[in-house]
Design a protein around this ligand. Structure first.
Ligand code: ADP
Ligand code: ZN
Length: 607
């Protein structure tokens, strides 16, 4: 698809340059070059010629108007000398046995001469030119093909091959698959739809966090329908050169229409479809590209078989224009997988590696709560790498569990040495979290506690697992969670009477939760159900922006502090009331460094 036609105009320059170089070449370089093709003729004086004649040491001889060319007896060396008036020369030569020849040194035929001095260099130069331009094209991937006056889209085309992806490769995401199955059915059997008069949506927008399988789903639709798949990323459209984006869109659709039915996949569509703010001096390039895209989408009739899939993880930043009916009028959410989805994704990826038969995927899925499909794929691969490192032939449960921790917290820091006091503090801190979680009935049970430092900087951590899918969280549950987060610091206070820097991450999370309670979830009496902040970035970190007056903001801050304070107090009390268990568990963890949730509960429940 990326085929490059050599445009005429710039090539003329090329040829002129080649011609100039050729002329120079002919004057300077050719004589010596041709010399290489002829025997070396050494010049000698006439005396030598006479002596060699005397000694009967001449093989061939050729007498020209102004020089004599001759060889020795064995025709090994070639000589030449000037002509001196010498009437008996021919006679003496005849007597010496020299053979007269007309062509000792062959004159090159004019044709060969022409070939060598004109055609060969031209061919060489054209070859070099082609090579260089091909190199440029390859490097640029068509990007700065401006140089050659074109704006071809570099959409990659995938025609269904044996390595094609289908729906079975995409685990979980059942709703999205169901939605897209209709497209597949349409591409298989368009008549079924057109006979009723139904037309397919022209564009479908896949919306969700990164790594949830949007690209995979688009490929799977193409794979299932057995149609070509064009893919381009929105950021590729908006490249360096002004005016290129629009022409790329044009070109992409031209190609697509030729190959219809087909799927056109535009990744990161937010790069071109961002809200147009109407300000002067905005990004003209991007707007032109977007306008061209809209024009193309409006331009083709409903049932021509080109289906456009686009993906984004910031739907809130999209311009309303592309979302209008008749354009991307269907929106398919591709969310982070739930527990069952995670388990299925793990199984799909585990098929590619050798796994122990008794691996419990459900536990792994539980531990990896909040992980995206891409992260799960990464976890499985990390586990396989670990198995290789440990010299095993298959992946075990332990490998998978360890690799979750690697993905979450980084590798174990083998040589980080904590002082004894630090190790004690970390033990108490982590047990504080775990104990608070266990004592508050609503908190998820603990999976594992460890005080082995990680490369991420964590000195230890408590891994909680969810025991099912949570769609709603009550006010009480959030408060308990805040209490659990503060319990690490609380344990330090209760036991050592001082505080450390180890709680910074806990503090950040607790504050975020408390703020959300008031500003977003309407969980305070004073503000009732008024939104004080908006999520601006739902799928990428969930950044928020405040939408209230400065006074209100001050009040919100006060309330946030109060909530966290209250929960902190609660967790201190909780730990003080269970001081013996706290000591016992901290000692146990200090000695073993890593304990499972089961061990923890055993010690907790032991009398
Ligand atoms: P996105 O386009 O949403 O950012 P991708 O489709 O590029 O995500 O997914 C990246 C990788 O993550 C895929 O190559 C695949 O290995 C893995 N992955 C993501 N979601 C799934 C899923 N639902 N099932 C199986 N693998 C998945
Ligand atoms: Zn902590």
């Amino acid at each position: 698809m990326n085929e490059v036609k050599t445009p005429k105009k710039p090539m003329i320059f090329y040829y002129i340059i080649v011609l100039i170089i050729l002329l120079l070449f002919n004057f300077l370089a050719m004589p010596s070059m041709l010399g290489l093709l002829q025997p070396r003729v050494s010049e000698v004086d006439y005396g030598t010629f006479m002596r060699m004649t005397e000694e009967k040491n001449i093989g061939y001889v050729q007498i020209q108007d102004n020089q004599i060319i001759f060889t020795d007896k064995n025709t090994e060396n070639f000589y030449k000398t000037g002509v001196i008036d010498d009437p008996r020369r021919a006679e003496r030569l005849y007597e010496s046995g020299a053979k007269f020849s007309q062509q000792i040194v062959k004159e090159m035929s004019p044709f060969v001469n022409f070939l060598l001095s004109w055609v060969l260099p031209i061919l060489i130069f054209i070859g070099i030119g082609q090579f260089i331009s091909r190199q440029i094209m390859k490097k640029a991937g068509g990007q700065n093909s401006m140089m050659f006056g074109m704006g071809k889209s570099n959409a990659k085309i995938y025609v269904k091959s044996t390595s094609g992806i289908d729906f079975s490769d995409v685990a979980g995401e059942d709703e999205a698959k169901e939605n897209l199955a209709e497209i597949v059915d349409y591409l298989h059997n368009p008549k079924k739809y057109s006979s009723i008069g139904a037309s397919m949506p022209k564009g479908i927008l896949l919306v969700g966090p990164p790594g949830t399988g949007k690209t995979m789903l688009a490929k799977a639709v193409a794979g299932e329908s057995n149609v070509p798949f064009f893919s381009i990323s929105g950021s590729e459209f908006v490249e360096m050169f002004v005016g290129m984006g629009a022409s790329k869109v044009r070109d992409l659709f031209k190609q697509a229409k030729e190959k219809a039915p087909c799927i056109v996949f535009i990744d990161e569509i937010d790069a071109i479809g961002k809200k147009r703010d109407g300000q002067y001096g905005g990004n003209d390039e991007r707007e032109q590209t977007l306008n061209q895209l809209l024009t193309e989408m409006d331009g083709f009739e409903g049932n021509n078989g080109v289906i456009i899939l686009a993906a984004t993880n910031r739907p809130e930043s999209l311009d309303p224009a592309p979302l209008r009916p008749g354009r991307f009028d269907r929106r398919v959410p591709v969310e982070l997988p739930d527990l069952k989805g995670r388990e299925e994704i793990l199984k799909v990826h585990a098929k590619k590696i050798k796994v122990d038969s008794n691996v419990d995927y459900s536990t792994i899925a539980r531990m990896a709560s909040g992980a995206s499909g891409a992260e799960l794929a990464n976890i499985v691969n990390e586990a396989a790498l670990r198995a290789v490192r440990e010299g095993r032939a298959y992946v075990t449960q332990e490998d998978l569990e360890e690799s979750i921790e690697v993905v979450i917290a980084g590798y174990q820091k083998k040589n980080a040495i904590l002082s004894d006091k630090e190790k004690q503090i970390v033990s108490y801190h982590e047990i504080g979290h775990a104990l608070a979680a266990a004592l508050q009935t609503h908190s998820a049970p603990v999976q594992k506690i460890t005080i082995i430092p990680r490369t991420s900087g964590a000195l230890g951590y408590t891994m909680q697992i969810e025991d099912g899918n949570h769609y709603l969280m009550s006010k009480e549950e959030i408060e308990n969670k805040i209490a659990t987060l503060t319990a690490g610091r609380a344990a330090e206070e209760v036991v050592f009477g001082s505080v450390t820097t180890g709680a910074s991450n806990d503090i950040e999370q607790a504050t975020k939760l408390a703020r959300a309670m008031i500003a977003r979830y309407g969980m305070s009496e004073e503000f009732d159900m008024v939104a004080m902040e908006n999520v601006t970035n739902q799928y990428l970190g969930g950044d928020t922006s405040l939408s209230c007056s400065a006074e209100t903001q001050t009040k919100i801050d006060e309330k946030v502090v109060n909530i966290v304070k209250e929960q902190h107090k609660k967790s201190v009390k909780l730990l003080e009331d269970n001081r013996t268990k706290l000591d016992e568990l901290a000692k146990y963890l200090y000695e073993k460094e890593t304990i499972t949730g089961e061990e923890f509960m055993n010690v907790l429940n032991a009398e």
